[in-house]
Write a protein that binds this ligand. Structure first.
Ligand SMILES: C[S@@+](CC[C@H](N)C(=O)[O-])C[C@H]1O[C@@H](n2cnc3c(N)ncnc32)[C@H](O)[C@@H]1O
Length: 215
């Protein structure tokens, strides 16, 4: 993937925001993690078969406890500070088959057709160019391999969607997160074939998405 497609300005902004948020991230997310996310993570990881798996945007490593033991996992993140926290959490778990690296999802170092599954949770709201990131994910996945996402996105109910559109730019400036992305459309635009889209909340704000790389 040609690196000139990546916006340096946008990507640096996102990296700086997550570096700044890293010390508070787990605390900020604690209530939703306990109420909702942990069950969704557990359910998603039970379906991952591998053996070669890529996790994009590992963040502070919240998925680490759910990694199956029989997979070979490569995890990447743009933010060195988020990754530092993931690495220290990894030390507390017996997961010798896991490698974590700083890398941009929009321009990955992995060869074509390398992974069996690609997983990301709450990441494509932040990747500066989500279609470029999803195209890179497609490139590094083998034909027939799967993409599994948990993502929040633009609501389906138009009054709320319009509010989200209005708030998207200031929210992104402050946090690095876009709240009004059309992630299901982006997955298809990148060339993935949708298999299943499951609405996990009312109004389609959080979805579990499963897609396959066409053979
Ligand atoms: C909202 S956090 C989610 C972290 C984790 N997946 C979770 O479920 O808690 C989004 C993460 O995506 C990472 N990220 C954003 N853009 C990225 C990119 N272009 N390449 C790799 N990671 C990226 C951020 O640094 C951040 O750690």
């Amino acid at each position: 993937m040609p690196t000139e497609k990546v916006s340096y300005k946008e990507t640096t902004h996102t990296q700086h925001r997550y570096d700044w948020i890293a010390p508070f991230y787990n605390l900020m997310e604690w209530p939703v993690e306990k109420l909702l996310f942990q069950d969704w993570r557990s359910d998603l990881w039970q379906q991952v078969e591998g053996p070669k798996v890529l996790e994009i945007g590992v963040g502070t490593g919240k998925n680490i406890p759910y990694y199956p033991d029989d997979i070979d996992l490569s995890g990447i993140d743009l933010s060195p500070k988020m990754l530092e926290r993931a690495k220290s959490l990894l030390e507390k778990h017996d997961k010798s088959q896991v490698q974590l690296k700083e890398m941009d999802a929009q321009d990955m170092d992995y060869p074509d057709n390398h992974f069996d599954d690609v997983v990301a949770t709450f990441v494509f709201c932040s990747v500066p160019d989500p279609v470029l990131g999803l195209q890179e994910a497609l490139r590094v996945t083998r034909p027939g391999g799967r993409l599994r996402l948990l993502e929040h996105m633009r609501a389906e109910w138009s009054p709320l969607a319009l509010v989200m559109d209005r708030l998207d730019a200031p929210f992104h400036y402050l946090s690095g997160v876009h709240i009004a992305r059309k992630t299901v459309d982006n997955v298809e635009k990148a060339g993935w074939q949708l298999q299943k889209v499951q609405d996990l909340t009312n109004g389609g704000i959080v979805k579990k998405i499963e897609a396959i790389k066409p053979r």
